[in-house]
Every structure is written in C-alpha cells, then in structure tokens.
Design a protein around this ligand. Structure first.
Ligand code: FAD
Length: 386
C-alpha cells in the first residue's frame, strides 16, 4: 500500500497529526496506525490544559472536551506552604480512554484510515513500515518510541516515572486540581484532579535516576509500592481509596529540542516533549502533532518530503522553543525545596506570580519579572529570619 502520510501512534499527538495533515490538504491519503484498539486506557493525570482546546480548535476538534465539567480551582502546596486560587482559564479532567478515542474518531471522520498494527521497524528505502510505503512518516508512538530510537538512538534526557489511579471524590478534592510537591528527587509531586463525575484522578510521580537527572545511580527506580506510599503520605486517602493503578514513563523535555532532517517527523512524547515542571504533555503532543501534520502535507504537495524534518524543527522551535527553555530553567530551580517554597509564598503574595507559575506548568509560560521579584522577595525574607 502506498500512502502520502503515515502516522505511527494514535494518541493525542498522532490523531492531531492526522487532523493537521487533512486540514492542510483533505485530498491526502493519511494512515493512522496504533498497536491498540480504541478506546484504550493510558496512564495519565487526565489534566487537559486550555491550550489543548485552543490548538484543537484550529483543526475543528475543540469539542472533544464537551460534556466534561471544566474547573478553575488550583491548590499548590509543599508541606504546610500552600497557595490556592482560580486559574485564569479553565482546565478539563477527562479520562484518556475517552479523550483519545474521541480524537481518533475525529481523525477518521476527517478522512484518516485507522489500522491496528504494532510497528517494530521503520524502513528508510522505501520509507515505511511492514506493508505500507509513505512519502512522510510521523512518529507519534509515545515515550518508548520505536521511530525515535531508530532515528536518534536511545534518549539520554531525563525521565520521570508516575502512577495514577481513580478514587471516589471527597469534599477536599471536589472541583479542583490539587498538586502537592513531595520530598524526594525533584520533580516529585502527587496530585488529585477532580473529573467531575464522582471520580478523582490521583497519582504520584518523580524523576528517575540516570543520565541527565543528577547523580547517576544514586538509587534505583522507585517501586510501585514506593510510589503508592509517597502518594498516600502527600495526599492522604488517595492510595487507600484509589483503584485501577497504571504507571508509565514521562520523557521530560530539556534545554534543546531536536528533530533530524529528512522525511520522518516526531511529535509528542516520541519527540521527548513533557513539561519537566509538571509532567504535562498533552498540549505539546497536540501542538507538535498538528504542526507535523501540516508540514507533512505541504511537503507532499510540493514533492519535497526530504525537507520536511528541517521545516518541522524550525516550526516547533518557533512555537515552543522559548517556553521549553524557561520551563527547563524553572525545573532546575525547583530541584531545591527552598525555591519551591519561595515560589509558593510569592504566589500567595502576588496573583501575577500564581498566573505565571500556572502558565509555565501548562504550556506557554515564561519566567517573567513578577516571578523573579517574587522569588527574590521570598528568599530575602527567609534569609532575614533569625
Ligand atoms: C502518570 C502520568 C500522568 C500524566 N498526567 C498528565 C496530565 O495530567 N496532563 C498532561 O497534559 N499530560 C500528562 N501526562 C503526559 C501525557 O500522558 C503524555 O504527554 C501524552 O500521552 C503524550 O501523547 P502522545 O500521543 O505523544 O503519546 P501517547 O499518548 O503515549 O500515545 C502513543 C500511542 O502510540 C501507540 N504505540 C506505541 N508504540 C507503538 C508501536 N510500536 N506500534 C504502534 N503503535 C504504538 C500507543 O499504543 C499509543 O496509543 C502524564 C503522564 C503520566 C505517565
């Protein structure tokens, strides 16, 4: 079979890529492959940033959040240091079994052909996978991407490991997102995100030891029991009442984002795009998926598939480059519990700092003068204490 664009992986990045390609050129033949049948579950906090909805509106799919209760309340805490407030824009908490299946449906309705197939290798001449040849391939196959490994080798950037479950809602967790930092290797935090349907997504994650994540091999990867114990100690009641535990790796973004030249494009977790401060990755997946799809469609039309990689690299750097660098710096600073406390205290004093922290965590923020002044103020007060 010969197609124009082959998308490997039908999570948010893959469906968005298919939607992006078909929005650019509805006459293209686009195949969307996944090893799983949909609906399928995916370990996630299910937090959908408003940026996701804005990005999806561009390809006519903003209504995938319909019917789920939006929320604005956010609690950020580290031990007794705590701030609570309303976020500027509302977020959604939608189980990935629902969200991802809706996105796949939208891609199929736009004209993508969905196939169930596990990819083990991508051939370069001709370009494609077993039984399918393509002008452009988009690797959207998640944290353990076969496409990325083949293209760039094993990823050396930091990873986190997180576990999520679902617990019955309590008054403490109702209509809010709760994020509480832990005391292990940062970023480490537990969360409780109200879905609005009687269940709360609860979980805990932390940075893994290894290359790029601080001293190598200082301790082994955390066990499932350790993750559950941490969750219970930071958000009491979450681990004891939760069920349906599912863990997964998060490939955290670093200072620099790379995409090789050529006709193979990367998007989402396959491109190593998870916010190192908060573990958010759905916005980056959707945004880079749409960008990859559009770039692929244009390259096919112009007969310039080999130039697609360079165009995608420039496009994503323009879209996310500055934000990713600021997020990386923030995550380095937040490795110090003192800085985490200083940030939360600054957000208590100044609403603008609260908004900046939310934006950095969700997908578009930068370190601005309010945050710098706020941090400096908190740290000065701390130093002045006897
Ligand atoms: C515990 C946890 C909590 C998180 N919480 C949040 C949150 O609240 N908000 C947020 O924005 N982000 C969160 N994230 C990150 C988010 O889940 C990911 O960034 C997001 O799923 C990335 O989307 P994707 O499409 O790139 O990859 P995925 O969603 O992983 O999709 C990849 C797809 O590729 C398929 N695939 C993989 N390998 C192959 C293969 N060889 N052949 C064929 N198909 C293949 C898979 O079946 C899958 O459907 C969390 C992650 C974890 C682990």
């Amino acid at each position: 079979m010969k197609v124009d664009v082959l998308v490997i992986g039908a999570g948010p990045a893959g469906s968005a890529a298919a939607l992006g390609a078909l929005a650019q050129d509805p006459s293209l033949r686009v195949v969307l492959l996944d090893r799983s049948a949909f609906p399928r579950d995916k370990s996630c906090g299910d937090g959908i940033a408003p940026h996701v909805v804005t990005a999806l509106a561009e390809v006519g799919a903003a209504d995938v959040v319909d019917g789920w209760q939006p929320l604005r309340r956010l609690e950020l805490a580290h031990g007794p240091v705590r701030v609570e407030g309303d976020m500027e824009r509302e977020v959604h908490v939608i189980p990935r079994a629902v969200l991802d299946a809706r996105l796949v449906d939208r891609a199929v309705a736009a004209g993508a052909e969905l196939r169930r197939q596990r990819v083990t290798t991508v051939s370069t001449a001709p370009l494609g996978v077993d039984g399918i040849e393509a002008d452009v391939v988009i690797g959207a196959d998640g944290a353990h991407s076969v496409v990325r490994t083949q293209l760039l080798g094993r990823r050396r950037e930091p990873r986190a490991l997180a576990l999520r479950g679902y617990a019955p809602v309590t008054e403490e967790w109702r209509e809010r997102q709760v994020i509480r930092y832990g005391d292990r290797r940062q970023p480490s935090y537990a969360w409780a995100f109200d879905r609005g349907d009687g269940l709360v997504n609860v979980g805990y994650g932390e940075l893994l030891p290894g290359e790029g994540s601080g001293p190598v091999g200082r301790s082994a990867a955390p066990s499932r029991q350790l993750l559950l114990d941490q969750l219970e100690s930071v958000v009491p009641g979450a681990a004891t009442t939760g069920t349906g535990w599912l863990g997964h790796h998060l490939p955290l973004s670093s200072w620099r984002w790379d995409q090789p030249d050529g006709p193979v494009l990367l998007a989402g977790d396959a491109a190593g795009l998870v916010n190192p401060m908060t573990g958010e990755g759905i916005y980056y997946a959707v945004a880079t998926g749409i960008a990859a799809g559009r770039t692929a469609a244009r390259a096919v039309r112009l007969g310039r598939a080999t130039e697609a990689g360079a165009v995608h690299r420039r496009g994503v750097r323009r879209l996310l480059g500055t934000h990713l660098r600021h997020t990386w710096v923030s995550s380095r600073l937040a490795q110090s519990p003192t800085v985490v406390d200083a940030g939360i205290r600054a957000a208590q004093r100044d609403r603008r700092v609260f908004d900046t922290l939310v934006e950095i965590g969700l997908g578009d923020g930068r370190i601005d003068r309010h945050l710098v002044r706020g941090l400096a103020g908190s740290l000065a007060v701390r130093r002045a204490r006897p």
